[in-house]
Write a protein that binds this ligand. Structure first.
Ligand SMILES: [Zn+2]
Length: 140
């Protein structure tokens, strides 16, 4: 697996650039991951201030983590999503709730692949791919 740049993604507005080359790629990836998970949180109407701070904490942690393992930069979308999901479980409850199993068993979607590119929210009970991480709003 090789990290790929989402150059085609005009994406969210970028803040200042610090450093260059590798560092820029890392900050772009983290910024994109942050925007994706925030979009999903907003779609679920849980983007409150205290929850946004959980996202910031996850991004900070992954910045350190990619510093230790640069190849991991390709996986930050899915990892930040899982970090936030775990943090929410403690403070808020299961998120995001599966829209496929409405009225049946109440459960949260899983991120698949757990460590890979192009992570998606998946219903583990019915093996249904619900949405790309960051695009949950189209499905809820
Ligand atoms: Zn489900």
């Amino acid at each position: 697996m090789e990290p790929k740049e989402s150059a085609s993604d005009s994406g969210p507005p970028e803040e200042g650039h610090h450093g260059k080359g590798h560092q820029n790629a890392l900050e772009r990836a983290l910024h994109a991951a942050r925007a994706l998970i925030l979009a999903d949180l907003e779609a679920s109407d849980v983007a409150r201030a205290d929850i946004v701070s959980l996202v910031e904490a996850a991004v900070t942690h992954r910045r350190w983590w990619v510093g230790e393992w640069p190849e991991g930069v390709a996986f930050v979308d899915g990892l930040v999503a899982q970090d936030v999901q775990d943090a929410l479980l403690e403070r808020y409850g299961r998120w995001p709730v599966c829209p496929v199993c409405v009225g049946a068993d109440f459960h949260a979607l899983d991120v698949e692949p757990e460590l890979g590119e192009e992570p998606h929210w998946v219903c583990g009970k019915t093996s249904t791919v619900v949405a790309r991480v960051g695009y949950l709003g189209e499905k809820l």
